[in-house]
Design a protein around this ligand. Structure first.
Ligand SMILES: [Zn+2]
Length: 454
């Protein structure tokens, strides 16, 4: 049996230390969340899995970590200053402000008045001052997507790695959008993390690469524990496309609040590199872009044989870390009926994502001999660098098993009095609840096996 309302997930996340409302001590700030002891591990594990699949396991992708604060020029030429907006409507009666597409009837949802303004564009980018003078001129934006600084670094990466097409640049990092109505827990927030790949290809091969990345990304989400039955592909209609996009395929997931975008895979054509390029007239740019006298250089690729310049097309798989976490938590959350009418809550996370890989539990709290042996086992397992291993010195084995079921720990290792005599321990499996006795020396290999590492 699976219970999956958003409230249940929110409650588990708070109770066990995955996710807290941000600034809660002072009443909270809307649309922001903090990641607790287990949340930070889960998040890091997900990002690591993405980086491994997108960078380490491939031979055609480089990594990047660019600054969050972004020059207004970058976001002027990228089109974000003009087009990155939501249409807003003000209620003249109660001064509340609404997204136009949230007003189904032409009435204020708060006071029911029909005295509303026409929709006006509201830019979603956060601004901040740079330097000590606050004169409105020296400012930067907090980036609304990680992609732009990948484009502006295109030539740097090309020159320093001698790559040729096709190749990609991957980045994981924070992005910020001043969402008018943040909602649905961590689904739509004002500060969030993106995992973005910009994959540069020869024009004409772009749609083929788009299909390739859609399939690769579907497989990756399945590897993270998302049942493919809960994923759907939606081709974004042409009038709903972002200003830069030629084609976009959204991977949709059945969240507790409904079917929504988990990841978008966009064919951004030559729009971005073209927009940031000087001397556009001398290049064959197919998308419409404005002349750019401010750019220092051209972001294009020169064929070594023909010396001809070409602006690559780019395919962008762009995934949100928080949306990924929400989907993964939702999939993993299971309430199981046990014998005797009892229930248990288990978070059946893929072992590589589990915040704690193994808990080592001395049968009796603070017992010198048991704790000493448990500490040794913990140290040995920790040295394998598989992730966090926890020494759980709190007694009450049953309670510990229950707690580690709820946070998704795949393996519990219990050290009891027999362990002191024959160097064996009890291994308890999260999913089957099965227990078996094994020599201490075989525990590392057992855990590595669970994590798919030999
Ligand atoms: Zn109103």
């Amino acid at each position: 049996m699976t219970a999956k309302t958003m409230d249940e997930l929110v409650s588990l996340c708070k109770r066990r230390g995955f996710i807290y409302q941000s600034n809660e001590l002072y009443g909270g700030l809307q649309g922001l969340y903090d990641y607790g002891p287990l949340g930070v591990e889960l998040k890091n594990n997900l990002k690591q899995a993405w980086w491994k699949a997108m960078v380490y396991d491939r031979d055609d992708v480089e990594g990047l970590d660019a600054s969050v604060l972004t020059s207004p020029k970058v976001l002027q030429y990228s089109g974000h200053e003009d087009t990155f907006t939501d249409p807003l409507i003000d209620c003249r009666s109660c001064n509340s402000r609404w997204r136009a597409d949230d007003l189904v009837e032409l009435r204020c949802p708060s006071c029911n008045s029909e005295d509303l303004t026409e929709p006006r564009p509201f830019n979603l980018m956060f601004k901040t001052n740079i330097g000590p003078v606050d004169d409105g001129k020296n400012f930067a934006y907090l980036r609304p997507e990680t992609a732009q600084q990948i484009f502006t670094n295109f030539k740097n990466v090309l020159d320093s790695t001698s790559r040729s097409l096709p190749f990609g640049i991957a980045q994981i990092g924070k992005a910020f959008r001043n969402e008018v109505t943040p909602r649905n827990f961590i689904f739509r927030t004002r500060e969030f993390e993106q995992m973005e790949l910009e994959f540069f290809v020869v024009p004409g091969t772009d749609e083929k690469w788009l299909d390739f990345w859609v399939q690769a990304r579907l497989k990756w989400w399945a590897d993270q524990g998302i049942d493919p039955k809960n994923l759907e592909l939606h081709k974004v209609k042409s009038h709903e496309l972002s200003h830069y996009s030629k084609t976009t395929i959204d991977i949709m997931y059945g969240f507790p609040h409904g079917l929504e975008e988990l990841e978008g895979i966009a064919n951004r054509s030559d729009f971005d590199l073209g927009s940031h390029t000087r001397d556009q007239a001398e290049l064959n740019i197919k998308s419409k872009v404005k002349e750019n006298p401010d750019s220092a250089t051209r972001l294009a690729f020169q064929d070594k044989q023909t010396n001809a310049w070409e602006v690559p097309y780019v395919i962008e798989p762009s995934a949100g870390v928080e949306r990924g976490l929400l989907a993964i938590l939702n999939e993993a959350y299971k309430v199981e009926k046990l014998e005797g009418g009892k229930e248990r809550l288990v978070l059946a996370l893929k072992p590589h994502l589990a915040p704690i890989k193994a808990a080592v539990i001395p049968l009796k709290r603070n017992h010198v001999g048991l704790v000493e042996q448990a500490s040794k086992i913990k140290k040995t397992l920790q040295s394998l660098q598989l992730g966090r291993i926890l020494l759980e010195n709190s007694g009450n084995i049953g309670k510990n098993y229950r707690r580690h079921d709820e946070v998704g720990t795949p393996l519990c290792v219990t050290v009891d009095f027999q362990s002191l005599e024959d160097h064996t321990v009890t291994l308890r499996d999260r999913d089957t609840m099965g227990q078996k006795r094994l020599p201490v020396s075989e525990v590392p290999a057992h855990l590595q096996g669970m994590l798919g590492i030999k």
